[in-house]
Design a protein around this ligand. Structure first.
Ligand SMILES: Nc1nc2c(ncn2[C@@H]2O[C@H](COP(=O)(O)OP(=O)(O)OP(=O)(O)O)[C@@H](O)[C@H]2O)c(=O)[nH]1
Ligand SMILES: [Mg+2]
Length: 248
């Protein structure tokens, strides 16, 4: 009897302790501010959008190609700081959608975008311009500013000498704040790229959350010194600071 009692006491204590722990976690979390940002990941079919998202959200990579139909969706939760949790809703738009009517629905309420091309297929860089035009037409921040956008030159594990010579110019001309050579396969620059977008989205969240009546109001509120985390780095509106090239 004795050992059985001890055993059951022990397990109920353990269970209680676990319940207490999870309760205190829940209570602690109640005080967290929870932000949700929608990002869209766009580019031609087969460039690696789904693979980049899977790598970022699940830490996994598969070499088999499963075509995305329409759009897919994944969530990444970031415990940003002790007061803030950020849920990134990553919308994976099928490359086959090709700037069609559906993309308008997918872009609704998105606050940042990653454009992806494939370093093994240079023509996919040429398509980026069209994806960007479609995005800019259908998505913008309150006040009409373009949403923060980065460019990912994916499959850098296979080849990097195909990085387009005009990539810097393209980014500067098109208000693309940074470009990265990425590899979903080898997990290169994906966290960095997403962090860059998240910082920009967070900065815009704090600077643009007030009612935006005129452009003057936007100018007055784009001072980001009061971002709690202080880790926001990129500035989509400052052409001098916005450019950041990353080579593998
Ligand atoms: N070597 C290598 N292969 C990759 C990389 N990223 C993706 N791939 C491969 O490229 C193929 C297409 O990847 P997906 O992620 O499905 O491409 P996608 O852009 O989502 O394509 P759609 O859904 O058709 O728009 C798959 O076979 C992947 O394994 C990478 O960084 N390196
Ligand atoms: Mg896909």
């Amino acid at each position: 009897m004795e050992p059985a009692l001890n055993g059951s006491n022990q397990s109920s204590l353990t269970r209680e302790r676990l319940l207490n722990l999870s309760d205190s976690l829940r209570i602690a979390n109640l005080h967290k501010k929870e932000l949700t940002f929608k990002f869209v990941i766009i580019g031609d079919f087969g460039v690696g959008k789904t693979s980049i998202i899977n790598r970022y959200t699940d830490g996994e990579f598969s070499s088999s190609y499963k075509v995305t139909i329409g759009a897919d969706f994944a969530i990444k939760t970031l415990e940003w700081d002790e007061d803030t949790r950020i849920n990134l809703h990553l919308w994976d738009i099928a490359g086959h959608e090709r700037f069609g009517t559906l993309t308008g629905i997918f872009y609704r309420h998105c606050v940042a975008a990653a454009l992806v091309f494939d370093l093994t297929r240079p023509d996919t860089f040429n398509s980026i311009k069209k994806w960007l035009v479609d995005l800019r037409k259908k998505a913008s921040l309150p006040g009409g500013q373009p949403i923060p956008t980065i460019l990912l030159a994916n499959k850098g594990d296979i080849i990097t000498k195909t990085i387009p010579a005009e990539i810097n110019e393209f980014c500067l001309e098109n208000n693309v704040m940074a470009w990265f050579v990425t590899s979903a396969k080898d997990n290169v620059h994906i966290d960095e790229a997403m962090l860059r977008l998240t910082n920009s989205a967070l900065k815009n969240h704090y600077s643009l959350q007030f009612p935006l009546i005129t452009d003057d109001v936007i100018k007055l509120t784009t001072d980001c010194n009061n971002i709690p985390n202080g880790s926001a780095q990129s500035d989509t509106n400052n052409k001098n600071n916005m450019f950041d090239c990353c080579y593998r």
